[in-house]
Design a binder for this molecule. Sequence first.
Ligand SMILES: [Zn+2]
Ligand SMILES: [Zn+2]
Length: 178
Amino acid sequence: MLVIKSDEIPEEGLTLEWVEERHSLLAYMEGFSRIDFDFEKPLHSEATVLRSGKLILIKGKVETNLRLQCIRCLKEFSYPLSSRFELTLHPLKESSMIKEKELEEGDLESDFFQEGEIHLSEIACEQVFLEIPYQPLCQENCKGLCPRCGSDLNLSLCSCEGERMGTAFSDLQKLKLK
Ligand SMILES: [Zn+2]
Ligand SMILES: [Zn+2]
């Protein structure tokens, strides 16, 4: 995991580029969250880190390919992820209670900056989490699975719908015939 010390940042700032492999990413992420995705590629990150008084300014980019599962048809699919971010880190000790709010605002982060150390890998992983769609879909208009027979309606239409209508129709006919 990439960690830098804030007092090692030169006046003109620091530009870094690093790559992390799937196994170390998963090991890290599983430590604090439920994981329902996988990495198809290593995570490629870039960051420019600047010091401004007591604050640390970070501009960066994360890029990888994720493997997600479609919520409708349950098929796994490849999801290219590429996201730019900007963060301002404040030197703070008590971090956990304000974390949620700060993450939403996206400009105040203290968890990644403790005792003069900036946890760049953790920042990159957090960006990946933020970019994962809440309800992943393999395609925008995925038809999903038939609730009755479970067949993938993207591949073929099952006969369930037809059968149901057929039954209702013949019941009606019986009624009329009486
Ligand atoms: Zn789907
Ligand atoms: Zn069906």
